[in-house]
Design a protein around this ligand. Structure first.
Ligand code: PLP
Length: 386
């Protein structure tokens, strides 16, 4: 794969931004600065520690502000998976209130696998099923909530189809019907794309990951509302106010700060992205072979389609030869049939030919035109699979 990068990124049409994004300039600059000039341990009492601590606090301030949270409500973690695991396993310390957990059937594996473990330990888990647009029903949620519910975990934007869940409305129901429950939202695919105000959303816990917003891999955070009591996954030196032990990675945390500072105005960018998304959908609709799997009101950064009759992997490699990079589903579901597409009612033939096109603010109409042309060529040049 290295040849691609040696040719220079101008040649690449990268439409796999839900898997990961290219680190932006400011993230790299701030990370370099921390690695070369400010490499102290923020817990050290001497001046080098103090400088690192200042950088850490500064980053925390920027990140807290990006979701209208308080600084002390941000816990830095290594990734979205760790934040999700921390949130889910916090149910263990709430056993005194009850043993019901509610989540959706289309969560990321870092939620579903954690929840499964708790199910094996005796928790009762209710999985809400989405409609054909990938959206859960608030009625179903309402009917599942009771005063024994200790945790509800609902993602903001689905990573395979881009469906957006009604988080604020769900929060209101949860507060009313399950006052002992913590409400966690996995916002890995929403943060940096949709404007987020944790107070307006009404969540107790919220997960975000750096590498989906042009920061490097290895950094994420968990928003934990001041009034929400959770238990740490890692114990040790007591960093992050005891909520996540382990020396804070100032280089990665300041890189995340850089990526957040470089985010455009999200409302404006959403308008631009909506236009690009509509353009893509209209173009793809011109082909009889393309079925659009993403629902009507999905987040405009994720578009799931099927090139009917052609296996996803074969198409993916065909496109790769032209330096066009998309995905056959979520990056961590390599080789497995998508449970998300099954949940929204797709048949095997449609699932086997599914392609995920995921955008960043750097994509253009020209990228979409080139992708469409390449898909048309793929349908002419590749052998049909079914
Ligand atoms: N949640 C969602 C919705 C995701 O899409 C991902 C990654 O793709 C994660 C969680 C895990 O994030 P990370 O890769 O930072 O562990």
């Amino acid at each position: 794969m290295w040849y691609v990068f040696r040719r220079g990124s101008e040649d690449i049409i990268y439409l796999d931004n839900s898997a990961t994004t290219k680190p932006c300039e400011k993230a790299i600059t701030l990370m370099n600065k921390a690695l070369t000039e400010n490499w102290g341990n923020p817990s050290s009492l001497h001046i080098l520690g103090m400088y690192a601590e200042i950088a850490l606090n500064n980053a925390r301030k920027v990140i807290a502000k990006s979701i209208s949270a308080k600084e002390q409500e941000i816990i830095f973690t290594s990734c979205g998976t760790e934040s999700n695991n921390t949130a889910i396993f916090s149910a263990l310390s709430r056993k005194g209130y009850g043993n019901r957990i509610i989540t959706t059937a289309i969560e990321h594996p870092s939620v579903l696998e954690a929840v499964k473990r708790l199910e094996n330990e005796g928790f009762e888990v209710i999985y809400l099923h989405p409609d054909k647009n990938g959206v859960i029903s608030l009625n179903d949620l309402e009917n599942s909530l009771n005063n024994k519910t200790v945790l509800v975990s609902i993602m903001m934007v689905n990573n395979e189809i881009g469906s957006v869940q009604p988080i604020a409305e769900a929060a209101k129901l949860i507060k009313k019907l399950s006052p002992n429950a913590l409400f966690h939202c996995d916002a890995v695919q929403g943060y940096g794309k949709l404007p987020i105000n944790v107070n307006q959303l009404g969540v107790d816990l919220l997960t975000a990951s750096g590498h989906k917003i042009h920061a490097p891999k290895g950094i994420g955070f968990l928003y934990c509302k001041s009034s929400a009591h959770i238990s740490p996954l890692l114990t040790g030196g007591g960093q992050e106010k005891g909520m996540r032990s382990g020396t804070e990675s100032v280089p990665l945390i300041t890189a995340l700060q850089g990526a957040v500072e470089e985010l455009p105005n999200l409302e404006n960018q959403l308008k631009i992205q909506n236009e690009l998304f509509t353009y893509a959908k209209e173009l793809f609709k011109k082909s009889d072979l393309i079925k659009i799997n993403s629902g009507n009101s999905s987040c405009p950064y994720v578009l799931n389609i099927s090139l009917l009759g052609y296996r996803s992997e074969t198409v993916l490699h065909f496109l790769e030869k032209r330096n066009i990079f998309i995905s056959s589903g979520s990056a961590c579901s390599k080789g497995k049939k998508s449970y998300v597409l099954k949940e929204i009612g797709l048949i095997d033939r449609e699932i086997d030919s599914a392609l995920r096109i995921s955008f960043s603010r750097y994509n253009t109409k020209q990228d979409i035109d080139i992708l469409f042309e390449a898909l048309t060529d793929a349908s002419k040049q590749l052998r049909k699979a079914n």
